[in-house]
Design a protein around this ligand. Structure first.
Ligand SMILES: Cc1cc2nc3c(=O)[nH]c(=O)nc-3n(C[C@H](O)[C@H](O)[C@H](O)COP(=O)(O)OP(=O)(O)OC[C@H]3O[C@@H](n4cnc5c(N)ncnc54)[C@H](O)[C@@H]3O)c2cc1C
Length: 436
């Protein structure tokens, strides 16, 4: 057992785990074979989700031992230890003029990459996950693995794959780890393709519901690198990012600005890369939150909203007027472009047709049990409303402790869930890791 550093997520940080484990892959394999009780084992990489530590359970803390960052000679590949944050990865790559696409914040750890990794560059560069070329770690049964991207990953999971049994097995494992690793294995190191570090243009503003509707409608027509994200709290923040070397995207942003008319606190900045992005969501609240808050987040995935947009925005407006805590927020990120180019059969992120990822953040004051109930009721209500237009789930946060877990698994993996269960029966037969 080791003493642990504070966790970013206050709820996980306030929990009382059975203890903390810090181990390299070999020691972890031995520990698993000796038996870890009680189960499931919690895994903490960046420590930003509510379930990286929990009362009465052991937490494997990857942050202390898994911290390597090794860039190859050409600079086009990097191996990272699973205990690094995205900020640390970007900082290491910056020295070589390289980068990987990260999210709206660089705070998350490798859980971000393994569960998808959606960000302002997803439309131009794909998901963070789409850059993975190698994975090392330990299966839930204690077996150590070292996998590289299969030669023909496109056929993973199809009934017609023609490779040998070994190839088929590797393809299935690969597909399982990319998007469903938390249920199958502990990943200790990730090898990723890198991208050339390029400046980004970011336009931020505060707008009305009508202006949000105009922005969403325009964004659904975009065919270039620009992407829209928005955060709805006390106010609505619009946040558009595009590559500075993409004239079509720059023109589209200018056209949208004109369409929107006056927007309060509007500003355009050019930043050298994602490491220098302005903080998303900061414009959506006028007052800095005081106190210690706990929260749960559900993320959904769905196609372009088109005709459904007016009724969806009316529902969201109603929801926001009923939110039980000032911290409760609904936000969204735009997908499409490169993120839709990867075959569904290749990874466990099956919602490749998704254009929007809205997420609901339900917040309450720490130790306020009634506040928690109210916030969770609101979360589930918002989730039901969003399910209609966004039937998929992005399992960036797992909730085995909440009543929505089973429905989330179904909506995240759909007809790939039986395949995942088969993988789990081989690689985590005793349920060391969270249930599927
Ligand atoms: C401020 C902030 C901004 C965010 N922005 C975005 C965004 O723009 N886009 C987006 O897609 N998501 C975003 N997220 C969501 C975040 O990426 C996910 O919740 C992600 O799973 C967090 O990973 P972590 O390593 O930081 O957290 P952790 O809580 O340590 O891990 C999250 C889960 O993944 C599992 N896990 C983590 N590492 C491993 C591993 N190595 N092997 C096996 N299982 C593992 C854990 O069991 C845990 O359940 C954001 C979250 C925060 C807090």
């Amino acid at each position: 057992m080791t003493k642990h550093a504070a966790l970013w997520n206050p709820m996980a940080d306030d929990s009382h785990p059975a203890g903390w484990i810090s181990a390299d892959a070999i020691s972890l394999s031995k520990l698993i074979r000796q038996g870890i009780q009680p189960k499931p084992l919690q895994v903490c990489a960046g420590g930003t989700s509510s379930r990286c530590a929990a009362d009465g359970l052991w937490t494997l803390d990857l942050r202390a031992r898994h911290r390597q960052l090794i860039i190859n000679e050409e600079g086009d590949e990097v191996e990272i230890g699973a205990g690094l944050t995205m900020a640390e990865v970007l900082e290491g790559l910056q020295t070589q003029g390289r980068s990987i696409p990260v999210g709206l914040s660089t705070v998350p750890g490798c859980g971000f990459v393994l569960t998808g990794g959606i960000g302002p560059l997803s439309r131009s560069q794909g998901l963070a996950m789409d850059h993975i070329v190698g994975l090392r770690g330990v299966w839930g049964n204690g077996d150590i693995f070292d996998l590289s991207v299969p030669a023909n990953p496109a056929s993973a999971g199809t009934a017609f794959s023609a490779g040998s049994d070994n190839q088929d097995e590797t393809q299935q494992q690969w597909k399982g780890l990319l998007g469903a690793a938390p249920f199958l294995a502990v990943v200790t190191a990730i090898r990723l393709r890198t991208q050339r570090l390029t400046p980004l243009v970011i336009w931020r503003s505060v707008g009305s519901v009508q202006q949000l509707a105009i922005a969403v409608e325009a964004a659904e027509q975009w065919k270039h690198s620009a992407s829209l994200q928005w955060a709805w709290n006390e106010r609505i923040e619009l946040f558009i990012a595009c590559s500075a070397d993409d004239p079509a995207a720059m023109t589209a942003v200018q056209t949208l600005k004109t369409l929107l008319g006056h927007c309060a606190e509007s500003s355009m900045t050019i930043v050298p890369g994602q490491h220098a992005q302005p903080p998303f969501g900061a414009l959506a609240t006028s007052t800095a939150a005081k106190g210690r808050f706990h929260s749960e987040v559900i993320s959904r995935l769905g196609p372009a909203w088109g005709q459904r947009l007016p009724s969806l925005l009316a529902d969201l407006n109603q929801l926001m007027s009923e939110r039980p805590h000032p911290g409760c927020q609904i936000s969204a990120q735009q997908l499409g472009g490169m993120s839709s180019q990867v075959p569904v059969s290749r990874t466990s992120f099956i919602h490749r047709d998704a254009i929007w990822k809205p997420w609901i953040n339900a917040v309450w004051n720490a130790n306020d049990q009634e506040g928690r109930e109210r916030a969770l009721d609101w979360l589930f209500h918002a989730n039901t409303i969003l399910t209609e237009s966004c039937p998929g789930v992005h399992l960036a946060q797992i909730h085995p402790h909440l009543s929505c877990h089973k429905a989330e698994l179904n909506d995240a993996f759909q007809n790939w869930l039986p395949g995942l269960n088969q993988l789990k029966s081989h690689h985590d037969p005793y349920g060391l890791l969270p249930p599927l």
